[in-house]
Design a protein around this ligand. Structure first.
Ligand code: PHE
Length: 368
């Protein structure tokens, strides 16, 4: 919008007014077109710059050039023009900052009614979920929950459970020992517990009979990993000691637990077995929940699936805690232990135990 200052035809009040009017309508029109800081500055400078701004030009071309008698009159009209131009520039600036702050309000606008950002929640790991389920079945029957350390002494993991030193039953447990303990007596040597059974002894050392506990926990064996073996896995142990506990209490308790875990239609059977710390000992088998007992690949055509070990607490075990009230002439009890991953695999149809330890969300996500 480049225009020059209109030339005055003469210095009469009428022609000065006409020219002033022309400039005022130009400044008005221009001020309406301002769209931001940069265009406002340009506008201001075009009109008000000391050097060559329109007001300066007006001063030079109209006032300075006016003949003596007209000077006074031209001067007051030029001053009036100057005031109005300054007001227009100021007003344009105010409009600009006002609309800029509306723009800022717009861009920083916050809608407090929008839904928040959802953080995806994790899900319980299928092993833990199964472990909690097992524990809860026994809690409902009045058992309390106990635990013990994963680094255990030879005494508690083996000796007090009636595995004598050098007894061949120790070999079946593929024990991982802590190195550099040759100077210690064997009973004090540390190892990674091979089962949760040492917590039976810890609990009986701490609490006189009667006792009813379940012990969920992690155990370690020097097993090579394959689809059904893992050097780390989990067990839930159980122990009940009181007066007059019999094998039928054991059968009734575990039959109920298996029905609670696998459905009321499963049947159980107690198959003779051996553990140094129980006598008699049994493996508990349940009817195959895949084929219902007819025989399939899961149960290797037998119709039965082996789920856990159990038995009546061996009187030799009570001898190690006799001083805390466990006199085998007065009390009796049963114990059981089950592998959590194995139960979860059968429950959910998982065919590789390694999946529990790999943290693959494609696997874990199926249990949400
Ligand atoms: N501790 C035994 C195992 O790990 C299982 C078991 C526990 C057997 C309690 C009988 C009684 O194989």
């Amino acid at each position: 919008m480049a225009y020059s200052v209109p030339k005055l035809e003469d210095y009469s009040p009428a022609s000065v007014d006409k020219a002033v009017h022309e400039l005022l309508s130009a400044v008005k029109e221009e001020s309406l077109a301002i769209s931001g800081e940069a265009s406002w500055k340009e506008f201001r400078d075009r009109w008000m710059a000391r050097k060559n701004g329109i007001l300066t030009q007006v001063n030079d071309l109209w006032l300075k050039a006016a003949p003596g008698p007209a000077k006074r009159d031209v001067g007051s009209r030029v001053n009036q023009l100057k005031t109005e131009v300054e007001q227009a520039v100021d007003a344009a600036q105010q409009r600009m900052t006002a609309s800029a702050s509306i723009g800022r309000l717009d861009s920083e606008h916050l809608d407090v009614t929008l839904p928040g950002i959802r953080r995806p929640l994790g899900a319980e790991h299928p092993m833990l979920r199964t472990m909690n389920e097992i524990v809860n079945v026994f809690r409902a029957m009045g058992y309390s929950v106990a635990d013990g350390p994963e680094i255990e002494t030879d005494y508690l993991n083996f000796e007090a459970l009636n595995f004598p030193p050098n007894h061949p039953a120790r070999d079946t447990q593929d024990t991982i020992f802590v190195a550099g303990q040759e100077k210690k007596p064997q009973r004090d040597r540390l190892l990674l517990r091979t089962h949760t059974s040492p917590v039976q002894i810890r609990a009986m050392q701490a609490t006189p009979p009667p006792i009813r506990i379940v012990v969920p926990g992690k155990v370690h064996r020097a097993d090579t990993a394959d689809a059904t073996h893992s050097p780390i896995f989990h067990q839930v142990e159980g122990l009940a000691v009181d007066t007059n506990i019999t094998f039928s209490d054991l059968k009734g308790t575990l039959d109920h637990a298996m029905k609670a875990l696998f459905g009321s239609s499963v049947k159980t059977r107690f198959y003779p077995s051996f553990f140094p710390f129980t006598e008699p000992s049994a493996d508990v088998q349940v009817t195959c929940f895949k084929c219902g007992g007819k025989g399939c690949r899961l149960c290797k055509m037998s119709g039965w699936i082996e789920l856990l070990g159990c038995g009546m607490v061996d009187p030799n075990v009570f001898k190690f805690v006799e001083s805390n009230g466990y006199d085998s002439r007065k009390v009796s009890g049963f114990a059981f232990g089950m592998g959590v991953e194995r139960i979860a695999m059968l429950k959910y149809g998982i065919d590789d135990i390694q999946l529990f330890f790999q943290g693959d969300v494609r696997f874990l996500g199926q249990f949400v």
